[in-house]
Write a protein that binds this ligand. Structure first.
Ligand code: TUI
Length: 317
């Protein structure tokens, strides 16, 4: 057993959240994670509100446990997605790629817990002042859109500067990472890539296998030039994107080139020309397991890790 204030805040058994990954985190994955005692999260990504609504309805059919929706604040449909989430009284709202400040009143009116993803201490403090319930401090080890700091450096600095609970994300995929996050002062973890390689994840098998096959240095960051750094697995698309970037292509050209590429990889299984977003921890992931096993193995492993660390301190005067 492991119990932190995140469990009580969100009404879940284990303080383990599943990252809201665009084109990946659907009702099926989210419901499986919530059923297994974690917090499943549906990703709105760049999807229109009616699609997000369908997933929310489906998740409610699949589980009666709490689940969340991640709102990607750069989405062209963000206002409609916010209204949909509010209409359905979603329990937990996480946000990414910006500040949810202007939507706070709407979320608070329905009693939802609001947990933005932050990549800096400054934004963490701003979000706390805006009245959010907790924070996800996400390091640059993560897949997808990232900040500049590593989880190791970011989490304790955020923890020291806010009073609300902090959840660590980026580079966590097993019991060791979970314990490390707790040691840094986090009250829970969010994992994305580990849940990509799960049975219940509905994306192309080829995408999952690419994660399992990946080694420690197989991810790369594109988009640094445009100010939208995105971590993906190295492939033809990554090489072409970087070439275009270094040739001085405009923001519009790069955006046009990147458009639809995540869907291409995740849903159509084109892992050569598509954008295979995945974290640095891919190299640690060696199998595709049921979600329940992933969560229970992490908790079991964490207990063993703690015992072995404890033994290092035994025998002291
Ligand atoms: O949002 C994510 N990860 C994502 S979103 C995404 S969809 C996408 N696809 C292509 C290009 C761009 C996005 C794929 N992966 N993680 C949460 C996250 N948020 N990481 C970093 C941030 C962040 C960055 C800057 C949050 C706020 C911020 O600045 C806001 C401000 O006001 O300072």
């Amino acid at each position: 057993m492991v119990n932190t204030e995140i469990c009580d805040l969100l009404g879940i058994k284990y303080p383990i959240l599943q990252g809201g990954m665009a084109w990946v985190s659907d009702a099926n994955l989210a419901a499986a994670v919530s059923e297994a005692g974690g917090l499943g999260i549906i990703a709105a990504g760049n999807a229109p509100a009616d699609l997000v609504e369908k997933e929310i309805i489906k998740a409610k059919e699949l589980t009666d446990k709490p689940f969340g929706v991640n709102i990607m604040l750069l989405s062209p449909f963000v206002d409609d997605v916010v209204d949909t989430v509010v209409k359905h009284g979603v329990h937990v709202i996480t946000t990414g790629a910006g500040s949810p400040g202007k939507y706070m009143d709407k979320f608070k009116n329905i009693g939802a817990k609001v947990i933005p993803v932050v990549a800096s201490v400054a934004l963490a403090k701003r979000m706390e002042s805006a009245g959010v319930d907790a924070l996800i401090a996400e390091g640059m080890e993560s897949g997808g859109h990232i900040g500049e700091l590593t989880t190791m450096a970011l989490v304790p600095q955020v923890v020291d500067k806010v009073r609300i609970p902090v959840i660590a994300a980026g580079g966590v995929a097993d019991g060791r990472g979970f314990v490390a996050a707790l040691a840094l002062g986090a009250k829970g973890v969010q994992m994305g890539t580990r849940f990509v390689a799960s049975k219940e994840c509905t994306i192309s098998k080829l995408y999952k296998e690419a994660v399992v096959k990946a080694k420690d240095r197989d991810t790369i960051v594109t988009g640094r030039v445009t100010g939208h750094p995105v971590r993906i697995l190295k492939n033809k698309l990554a090489r072409e994107f970087l070439k275009l970037e270094n040739s001085g292509a405009t923001m519009e050209e790069l955006e046009k080139f990147g458009d639809g590429k995540l869907r291409l990889a995740a849903r159509e299984g084109d892992i050569i020309n598509g954008s295979v977003m995945a974290g640095q921890i891919s190299g640690l992931i060696k199998d595709i397991k049921p979600v329940k096993e992933i969560i229970e193995d992490i908790v079991k492993e964490a207990e063993a890790v703690l015992k072995s660390i404890n033994s290092l301190f035994e025998g002291e005067i």
